[in-house]
Design a protein around this ligand. Structure first.
Ligand code: CU
Length: 313
Protein backbone atom coordinates (compact mmCIF):
# COMPACT_ATOMS: atom_id res chain seq x y z
CA UNK A 1 0.00 0.00 0.00
CA UNK A 2 1.85 3.01 -1.23
CA UNK A 3 0.75 6.33 0.10
CA UNK A 4 2.48 8.69 -2.26
CA UNK A 5 3.25 12.32 -1.74
CA UNK A 6 0.72 14.70 -3.24
CA UNK A 7 0.52 15.28 -6.95
CA UNK A 8 -1.47 18.48 -6.69
CA UNK A 9 -0.80 21.87 -5.26
CA UNK A 10 2.45 23.07 -3.89
CA UNK A 11 3.54 20.85 -1.09
CA UNK A 12 0.02 20.32 0.10
CA UNK A 13 0.99 17.37 2.18
CA UNK A 14 4.22 18.98 3.25
CA UNK A 15 6.98 17.54 5.33
CA UNK A 16 6.71 15.83 8.65
CA UNK A 17 6.22 19.16 10.37
CA UNK A 18 3.24 20.25 8.30
CA UNK A 19 0.29 21.63 10.21
CA UNK A 20 -1.74 18.65 9.17
CA UNK A 21 0.71 16.15 10.57
CA UNK A 22 1.09 18.03 13.78
CA UNK A 23 -2.64 18.15 14.00
CA UNK A 24 -2.79 14.41 13.46
CA UNK A 25 -0.41 14.01 16.34
CA UNK A 26 -2.43 16.44 18.36
CA UNK A 27 -5.57 14.49 17.63
CA UNK A 28 -3.94 11.26 18.73
CA UNK A 29 -2.77 12.93 21.90
CA UNK A 30 -6.16 14.49 22.48
CA UNK A 31 -8.42 11.61 21.59
CA UNK A 32 -6.19 8.71 22.48
CA UNK A 33 -6.77 7.17 19.10
CA UNK A 34 -5.94 8.00 15.49
CA UNK A 35 -8.43 9.28 12.99
CA UNK A 36 -10.70 6.82 11.35
CA UNK A 37 -10.27 6.02 7.71
CA UNK A 38 -12.52 5.27 4.81
CA UNK A 39 -11.69 2.78 2.11
CA UNK A 40 -13.28 3.63 -1.22
CA UNK A 41 -15.16 0.79 -2.87
CA UNK A 42 -13.34 -0.65 -5.85
CA UNK A 43 -16.24 0.32 -8.08
CA UNK A 44 -15.53 4.00 -7.50
CA UNK A 45 -12.99 4.33 -10.24
CA UNK A 46 -14.97 2.35 -12.75
CA UNK A 47 -17.01 4.19 -15.33
CA UNK A 48 -20.60 3.19 -15.81
CA UNK A 49 -20.87 1.79 -19.30
CA UNK A 50 -24.57 1.23 -19.69
CA UNK A 51 -25.79 3.70 -22.25
CA UNK A 52 -25.17 6.81 -20.21
CA UNK A 53 -22.81 8.46 -22.62
CA UNK A 54 -19.41 9.41 -21.32
CA UNK A 55 -20.68 10.62 -17.97
CA UNK A 56 -18.35 10.34 -15.05
CA UNK A 57 -19.16 9.01 -11.61
CA UNK A 58 -18.94 11.28 -8.57
CA UNK A 59 -18.63 9.53 -5.23
CA UNK A 60 -20.25 11.06 -2.16
CA UNK A 61 -19.58 9.41 1.19
CA UNK A 62 -22.62 9.13 3.43
CA UNK A 63 -21.30 9.57 6.99
CA UNK A 64 -17.54 8.97 6.67
CA UNK A 65 -17.51 7.31 10.06
CA UNK A 66 -20.05 6.52 12.74
CA UNK A 67 -21.18 9.73 14.42
CA UNK A 68 -19.96 12.14 11.74
CA UNK A 69 -23.24 13.37 10.27
CA UNK A 70 -21.89 14.67 6.97
CA UNK A 71 -21.91 13.98 3.29
CA UNK A 72 -18.39 14.22 1.86
CA UNK A 73 -17.82 16.17 -0.20
CA UNK A 74 -20.63 18.48 0.85
CA UNK A 75 -21.14 19.70 -2.72
CA UNK A 76 -20.26 18.35 -6.14
CA UNK A 77 -20.38 19.84 -9.61
CA UNK A 78 -21.83 17.36 -12.06
CA UNK A 79 -22.82 17.49 -15.73
CA UNK A 80 -25.90 16.06 -17.36
CA UNK A 81 -25.29 12.37 -17.87
CA UNK A 82 -22.97 12.06 -14.90
CA UNK A 83 -23.75 9.68 -12.08
CA UNK A 84 -23.61 10.43 -8.39
CA UNK A 85 -22.79 7.38 -6.33
CA UNK A 86 -23.57 7.67 -2.64
CA UNK A 87 -21.63 5.21 -0.51
CA UNK A 88 -22.60 4.58 3.11
CA UNK A 89 -19.73 4.26 5.57
CA UNK A 90 -21.92 4.16 8.67
CA UNK A 91 -25.33 2.86 9.62
CA UNK A 92 -28.80 4.36 9.59
CA UNK A 93 -28.72 7.21 7.13
CA UNK A 94 -30.69 8.12 4.05
CA UNK A 95 -30.14 10.16 0.91
CA UNK A 96 -33.40 11.98 0.21
CA UNK A 97 -33.98 14.75 -2.29
CA UNK A 98 -35.18 18.06 -0.88
CA UNK A 99 -35.06 21.67 -2.08
CA UNK A 100 -33.14 24.82 -1.30
CA UNK A 101 -36.06 26.43 0.54
CA UNK A 102 -36.91 23.31 2.54
CA UNK A 103 -33.60 21.55 2.89
CA UNK A 104 -34.79 19.02 5.47
CA UNK A 105 -38.04 18.05 3.75
CA UNK A 106 -38.58 15.54 0.98
CA UNK A 107 -39.51 17.22 -2.25
CA UNK A 108 -42.27 16.06 -4.52
CA UNK A 109 -40.44 17.36 -7.60
CA UNK A 110 -38.69 14.42 -9.27
CA UNK A 111 -37.99 12.94 -5.88
CA UNK A 112 -35.40 10.33 -4.99
CA UNK A 113 -34.96 8.57 -1.70
CA UNK A 114 -32.68 5.74 -0.71
CA UNK A 115 -34.57 4.77 2.42
CA UNK A 116 -32.71 3.98 5.65
CA UNK A 117 -29.52 2.15 4.77
CA UNK A 118 -26.41 0.84 6.47
CA UNK A 119 -22.67 0.76 5.94
CA UNK A 120 -21.49 -0.33 2.46
CA UNK A 121 -24.82 0.39 0.79
CA UNK A 122 -24.58 2.33 -2.45
CA UNK A 123 -27.24 4.45 -4.09
CA UNK A 124 -26.77 6.01 -7.50
CA UNK A 125 -28.53 8.88 -9.17
CA UNK A 126 -28.17 10.02 -12.75
CA UNK A 127 -27.79 13.76 -13.17
CA UNK A 128 -30.54 14.91 -15.55
CA UNK A 129 -30.03 18.66 -15.31
CA UNK A 130 -27.61 21.11 -13.79
CA UNK A 131 -30.09 22.76 -11.42
CA UNK A 132 -29.02 22.86 -7.80
CA UNK A 133 -30.21 19.65 -6.21
CA UNK A 134 -30.36 19.47 -2.43
CA UNK A 135 -30.45 16.20 -0.54
CA UNK A 136 -30.55 15.34 3.15
CA UNK A 137 -30.61 12.52 5.65
CA UNK A 138 -34.12 11.58 6.72
CA UNK A 139 -33.03 9.96 9.98
CA UNK A 140 -34.72 12.09 12.65
CA UNK A 141 -32.50 14.94 13.80
CA UNK A 142 -29.66 14.40 11.35
CA UNK A 143 -30.53 17.07 8.80
CA UNK A 144 -31.06 19.65 11.52
CA UNK A 145 -27.52 18.90 12.68
CA UNK A 146 -26.25 19.64 9.19
CA UNK A 147 -26.53 16.34 7.35
CA UNK A 148 -27.41 17.63 3.91
CA UNK A 149 -25.54 18.20 0.67
CA UNK A 150 -25.83 19.77 -2.76
CA UNK A 151 -25.36 18.61 -6.33
CA UNK A 152 -24.45 21.66 -8.42
CA UNK A 153 -24.59 24.28 -5.67
CA UNK A 154 -25.75 27.79 -6.56
CA UNK A 155 -22.76 29.90 -7.58
CA UNK A 156 -22.35 33.48 -6.46
CA UNK A 157 -21.53 36.10 -9.04
CA UNK A 158 -18.15 37.79 -8.89
CA UNK A 159 -18.03 40.26 -6.03
CA UNK A 160 -21.29 39.01 -4.58
CA UNK A 161 -21.85 39.65 -0.90
CA UNK A 162 -23.86 36.45 -0.51
CA UNK A 163 -21.11 33.98 -1.35
CA UNK A 164 -19.88 31.77 1.45
CA UNK A 165 -16.50 33.47 1.46
CA UNK A 166 -17.95 36.94 1.73
CA UNK A 167 -20.38 35.95 4.49
CA UNK A 168 -17.83 33.99 6.49
CA UNK A 169 -16.13 36.92 8.26
CA UNK A 170 -19.40 38.09 9.77
CA UNK A 171 -20.36 34.57 10.84
CA UNK A 172 -16.97 34.15 12.49
CA UNK A 173 -17.19 37.56 14.18
CA UNK A 174 -20.65 36.85 15.56
CA UNK A 175 -20.06 33.38 16.93
CA UNK A 176 -17.27 32.09 19.14
CA UNK A 177 -18.05 28.53 18.09
CA UNK A 178 -17.85 29.46 14.43
CA UNK A 179 -14.61 31.27 15.18
CA UNK A 180 -13.10 28.18 16.79
CA UNK A 181 -14.11 25.97 13.88
CA UNK A 182 -12.78 28.52 11.39
CA UNK A 183 -9.39 28.70 13.12
CA UNK A 184 -9.15 24.95 13.19
CA UNK A 185 -10.09 24.68 9.51
CA UNK A 186 -7.54 27.30 8.52
CA UNK A 187 -4.86 25.47 10.46
CA UNK A 188 -5.74 22.14 8.85
CA UNK A 189 -5.74 23.60 5.34
CA UNK A 190 -2.86 26.04 5.66
CA UNK A 191 -0.66 24.09 3.24
CA UNK A 192 -3.36 23.40 0.68
CA UNK A 193 -4.82 26.46 -0.97
CA UNK A 194 -7.30 24.46 -3.07
CA UNK A 195 -8.73 22.86 0.07
CA UNK A 196 -8.65 26.16 1.96
CA UNK A 197 -10.80 27.88 -0.64
CA UNK A 198 -13.02 24.95 -1.57
CA UNK A 199 -16.70 25.95 -1.60
CA UNK A 200 -15.99 29.68 -1.31
CA UNK A 201 -18.27 30.52 -4.18
CA UNK A 202 -21.43 28.82 -2.93
CA UNK A 203 -24.20 31.39 -3.04
CA UNK A 204 -26.31 31.47 0.11
CA UNK A 205 -28.72 34.22 -0.94
CA UNK A 206 -31.69 31.87 -1.44
CA UNK A 207 -31.04 29.60 1.50
CA UNK A 208 -33.01 29.83 4.72
CA UNK A 209 -31.11 31.71 7.38
CA UNK A 210 -30.96 28.75 9.79
CA UNK A 211 -29.09 26.74 7.17
CA UNK A 212 -26.27 29.21 6.55
CA UNK A 213 -24.10 28.31 9.51
CA UNK A 214 -24.68 24.63 8.77
CA UNK A 215 -23.54 25.18 5.19
CA UNK A 216 -20.43 26.86 6.57
CA UNK A 217 -19.79 23.92 8.92
CA UNK A 218 -20.22 21.47 6.06
CA UNK A 219 -17.82 23.40 3.84
CA UNK A 220 -15.28 23.57 6.67
CA UNK A 221 -15.56 19.84 7.28
CA UNK A 222 -15.11 19.06 3.59
CA UNK A 223 -12.06 21.35 3.54
CA UNK A 224 -10.40 19.47 6.38
CA UNK A 225 -11.27 16.18 4.71
CA UNK A 226 -9.80 17.28 1.37
CA UNK A 227 -6.66 18.63 3.04
CA UNK A 228 -6.26 15.30 4.79
CA UNK A 229 -6.56 13.53 1.42
CA UNK A 230 -4.92 15.94 -1.03
CA UNK A 231 -4.89 13.41 -3.87
CA UNK A 232 -8.69 13.66 -4.05
CA UNK A 233 -8.71 17.37 -4.93
CA UNK A 234 -7.33 18.96 -8.06
CA UNK A 235 -6.10 22.54 -8.37
CA UNK A 236 -9.43 23.71 -9.79
CA UNK A 237 -11.34 22.48 -6.75
CA UNK A 238 -12.83 19.38 -8.32
CA UNK A 239 -13.11 16.43 -6.01
CA UNK A 240 -12.54 12.87 -7.12
CA UNK A 241 -12.59 10.48 -4.20
CA UNK A 242 -11.82 7.67 -6.62
CA UNK A 243 -8.39 9.21 -7.25
CA UNK A 244 -7.18 7.58 -4.06
CA UNK A 245 -7.66 4.13 -5.59
CA UNK A 246 -7.73 1.52 -2.87
CA UNK A 247 -5.77 3.66 -0.45
CA UNK A 248 -7.86 4.33 2.65
CA UNK A 249 -8.88 7.93 3.01
CA UNK A 250 -8.28 9.75 6.26
CA UNK A 251 -11.44 10.78 8.10
CA UNK A 252 -10.85 13.84 10.31
CA UNK A 253 -12.83 14.31 13.48
CA UNK A 254 -16.03 16.23 12.97
CA UNK A 255 -15.71 19.98 12.85
CA UNK A 256 -18.09 20.39 15.78
CA UNK A 257 -15.77 18.32 17.98
CA UNK A 258 -13.34 21.24 17.88
CA UNK A 259 -15.96 23.34 19.56
CA UNK A 260 -17.02 20.82 22.20
CA UNK A 261 -13.40 20.24 23.12
CA UNK A 262 -12.90 23.94 23.58
CA UNK A 263 -16.09 24.24 25.57
CA UNK A 264 -15.25 21.39 27.88
CA UNK A 265 -11.86 22.90 28.44
CA UNK A 266 -11.74 26.60 28.88
CA UNK A 267 -13.45 29.53 27.33
CA UNK A 268 -10.15 31.36 27.37
CA UNK A 269 -8.83 29.02 24.72
CA UNK A 270 -11.93 29.66 22.64
CA UNK A 271 -11.58 33.38 22.93
CA UNK A 272 -8.09 33.03 21.55
CA UNK A 273 -9.40 30.89 18.73
CA UNK A 274 -9.00 33.52 16.09
CA UNK A 275 -5.26 33.69 16.51
CA UNK A 276 -3.11 31.20 14.60
CA UNK A 277 -2.30 27.62 15.37
CA UNK A 278 -0.57 28.25 18.66
CA UNK A 279 -3.87 28.76 20.42
CA UNK A 280 -5.37 25.61 18.95
CA UNK A 281 -2.21 23.73 19.82
CA UNK A 282 -2.42 24.81 23.41
CA UNK A 283 -5.86 23.39 23.97
CA UNK A 284 -5.73 20.09 25.74
CA UNK A 285 -9.14 18.49 25.39
CA UNK A 286 -9.90 16.04 28.11
CA UNK A 287 -13.06 14.50 26.75
CA UNK A 288 -13.29 11.84 24.13
CA UNK A 289 -15.95 12.04 21.50
CA UNK A 290 -17.95 8.97 22.45
CA UNK A 291 -19.21 8.42 18.95
CA UNK A 292 -15.74 7.70 17.69
CA UNK A 293 -15.33 4.74 19.97
CA UNK A 294 -17.96 2.96 17.88
CA UNK A 295 -15.69 3.03 14.87
CA UNK A 296 -13.02 0.71 16.17
CA UNK A 297 -12.59 -1.29 12.95
CA UNK A 298 -12.04 1.93 11.10
CA UNK A 299 -9.65 3.17 13.70
CA UNK A 300 -7.59 0.08 13.21
CA UNK A 301 -7.45 0.89 9.53
CA UNK A 302 -6.64 4.47 10.47
CA UNK A 303 -3.68 3.24 12.45
CA UNK A 304 -2.43 1.37 9.43
CA UNK A 305 -2.88 4.45 7.29
CA UNK A 306 -0.94 6.57 9.71
CA UNK A 307 1.85 4.03 9.73
CA UNK A 308 1.93 4.10 5.95
CA UNK A 309 2.14 7.86 5.97
CA UNK A 310 4.96 7.78 8.45
CA UNK A 311 6.90 5.49 6.14
CA UNK A 312 6.14 7.60 3.10
CA UNK A 313 7.56 10.63 4.83
CU1 CU B 1 -28.11 10.46 8.87
Amino acid sequence: MAYSTPAYGSGSWGGSSSPYDSCVQQCIASYGSPMASYTPPTATSTMASSGSGSGMTHTVIVAPTQGVLRYVPFAINASVGDTVMFVWNANEHTVTKSSELAICNETSASPFASGEQNKSFTFTQMVNDTNSTFFYCGTPGHCEKGMFGIINPPNAAMGSNTSLSSMMPAMVANSSTMSAMWSYTNMMTSNNSAAASWGSNIDMSSMPEWAMSLVAENVMYSRTFLAANPETLDATGNVNLGAAGSTPLMVPMDITAVMSNSTSNSTAAMAAGSSPSTSAGSTTPTTTNGARALASPNMLAGLITLAAIAFAL
